[in-house]
Design a protein around this ligand. Structure first.
Ligand code: UD1
Length: 419
């Protein structure tokens, strides 16, 4: 068992570079299935989820080599692949579902295990399934697997999403690029990661317009080609460092990210009292006083990202005043506040609202990370707690943050991993 040990009190100062976005790279990997041949993805983070996805794709028949020092991934996709994604891998990573669209559109069949329970709430797959059905696939749930068939290929359709789901937009997109005719996704997700995958698919020869808007139009093509594509920077990791700068009254320059993807979080960082300077390849956050509380409402992009909600609750926990945080995406995400309360935070939840009354200082304790972002939030809280905080559940943090502890130490934190 590994824990992260953090002793609070240090001011974080210096420069950190974020790697490629977890939420993009996994989908880019799945997209390579659409074209036989060898594709290369660069700016790949060395995180556990990439390892799980690589294993899943190897079992399908792909040949994958991950050059960690060069942060690149070479994926050779043969003419024929298996089409089953096993439960032992899918249960470890819900994002495995993103192979569903590419497999069914290219091979006419996919068996993907249902991901099951999730620490941040019951996350449905109904939009993915309905979308594929509209494109002409049959989709059934059998023995814990989603079994999709489209032996005669898929055809274009107009699909209205009830909610701009990131995952469903990606499934439909990756299926539609090889379908016959025109597909329109209405109320599509607008996240930067969607734009990233649309760019990669276009480089592969797909015909897509409207990426980054609510209406994406795809004209199917017969065949796609392998590519070399660079993953966009991880805006959630970048936002985590911004919160760390505010909380520790620090001065952190974050590179490897386009700051325009963080407009809403950075405007909250300014509201908290920090100075934010936008730079060519990132931004700098400087803070000299105790932060002021900031209200937050999570929403699909360009709204405030749910994946930064725990980190900003941790920031509010030591801020001056009271803040209301409203979670609109994942109902169970507030499970994390019980752990934060163990560090002395004053948080009251009611349904999808949390009221945080800032305290001057937190007080160290052993705590447990329940998901990736909760883990990051708890480590940030440990940075401003009196004494030594032990964060358990490090395997969650490892799923999303490369060398988190090393980077914290390089910024001046008193932190270490203990096996
Ligand atoms: C992705 C991100 C995750 C982020 C989330 C929202 C990855 C690997 N994960 O997750 O980190 O927090 O976007 O920005 O990219 N829903 C349904 N039915 C569906 C699909 C979704 O009801 O078929 C609901 C979900 O329960 C949730 C909401 O829609 O309440 C948004 O989910 P979605 O955008 O699909 O998130 P993910 O793609 O799973």
């Amino acid at each position: 068992m590994t824990v992260i040990s953090v002793t609070g009190g240090a001011r974080l100062e210096g420069l950190v570079r974020v790697t490629g976005a977890k939420n993009s790279v996994l989908k880019l990997m799945a997209a390579t299935i659409l074209a036989p041949g060898t594709s290369t993805i660069t700016n790949v983070p060395a995180i556990l989820d990439v390892t799980i996805m690589a294993e899943l794709m190897r079992r399908l028949g792909c040949d994958i080599s991950h050059d960690e020092p060069k942060q690149s991934l070479t994926i050779s996709v043969p003419e024929k692949l298996e089409h089953r994604a096993d439960y032992d891998l899918v249960r470890q990573m819900r994002a495995s579902i993103c192979v569903l669209g590419p497999l069914v559109t290219r091979f006419g069949a996919a068996d993907v295990a249902l991901p099951g329970g999730d620490a941040i709430g019951s996350r449905g797959l109904d939009y993915h399934i309905e979308g594929l059905k509209k494109l002409g696939a049959t989709v059934k749930s059998e023995h814990g697997y989603l079994v999709a068939h489209a032996e005669n290929g898929l055809h274009g359709a107009t699909i209205h999403l009830d909610f701009p789901s990131v995952g469903a937009t990606e499934t439909i997109l990756m299926a539609a690029v090889l379908a016959s005719g025109v597909t329109v996704i209405d109320n599509a997700a607008r996240e930067p990661e969607i734009v990233d995958i649309c760019n990669m698919l276009s480089e592969m020869g797909a015909q897509i317009s409207g990426a980054g808007t609510s209406v994406i139009e795809i004209t199917g093509v017969k065949k796609l080609n392998p590519v070399t594509h660079q993953t966009i920077g991880d805006r959630i990791v970048a936002g985590t460092w911004a919160a760390a700068a505010v909380m520790t009254k620090g001065d952190i320059t974050v590179t490897g990210i386009d700051a325009k993807y963080l407009e809403m979080p950075l405007s909250k960082i300014r509201d908290a009292g920090a100075t934010v300077d936008i730079e060519k390849d990132g931004f700098r956050v400087t803070m000299n006083s105790r932060p002021k509380s900031v209200d937050i409402v999570t929403l699909p992009y360009p709204g405030f990202p749910t994946d930064l909600q725990p980190q900003f609750i941790a920031m509010n926990a030591i801020a001056e005043g009271a803040a209301m945080v409203t979670e609109n995406l994942f109902e169970a995400r507030f499970r994390f506040v019980q752990e934060l309360a163990r560090l002395g935070a004053s948080v009251k939840t009611d349904g999808h609202h949390a009221l945080i009354r800032g305290v001057e200082k937190l007080s160290s304790a052993p705590v447990e990370a329940t998901d990736i972002r909760a883990g990051a939030g708890l480590v940030l809280a440990g940075l401003v707690a009196d004494g030594n905080t032990l964060v358990h559940g490090v395997e969650h943090i490892d799923r999303g943050y490369t060398d988190f502890v090393d980077q914290l130490v390089s910024l001046g934190a008193d932190a270490k991993r203990i096996d």
